[in-house]
Ligand binder design. Structure first.
Ligand SMILES: [Zn+2]
Ligand SMILES: [Zn+2]
Ligand SMILES: [Zn+2]
Length: 107
């Protein structure tokens, strides 16, 4: 595998901060897909989501690598290298613990 990403050392065994995008939950906005920061566990929404909180988290903190938080997906993305990393171990959303006011799942 030819990877030039030097930020894998910043990947930690994180505990996701939330069951959904924590910034969207706070603001009452919706998301499409979820990403989890592999540096601190921040859960944010993808660039297909209106608020793009995962990218905003990178801009605010400089944490370089996010991972998909969608079931069955193991890829991660380094913002700094603009590089897709395959087969990255990390937390995966299992059975979603959604509150009773949940929105329809993003498929
Ligand atoms: Zn990198
Ligand atoms: Zn969001
Ligand atoms: Zn982070």
């Amino acid at each position: 595998m030819d990877t030039t990403c030097k930020h894998r050392s910043e990947v930690h065994a994180v505990t996701p901060s939330s069951w959904g995008c924590e910034d969207c939950l706070r603001a009452g906005t919706s998301w499409v897909h979820l990403r989890v920061c592999l540096t601190c566990g921040h859960v944010g929404c993808c660039d297909s989501s209106p608020q793009t909180h995962a990218t905003k988290h990178f801009r605010a903190t400089g944490h370089p690598i996010i991972r998909s938080y969608e079931p069955g997906e193991t890829w991660a993305w380094c913002y700094i290298d603009q590089l897709l990393l395959e087969g990255v171990p990390g937390p995966t959303r299992g059975t979603p613990k959604r509150p009773s006011v949940s929105k329809s799942p993003a498929l």
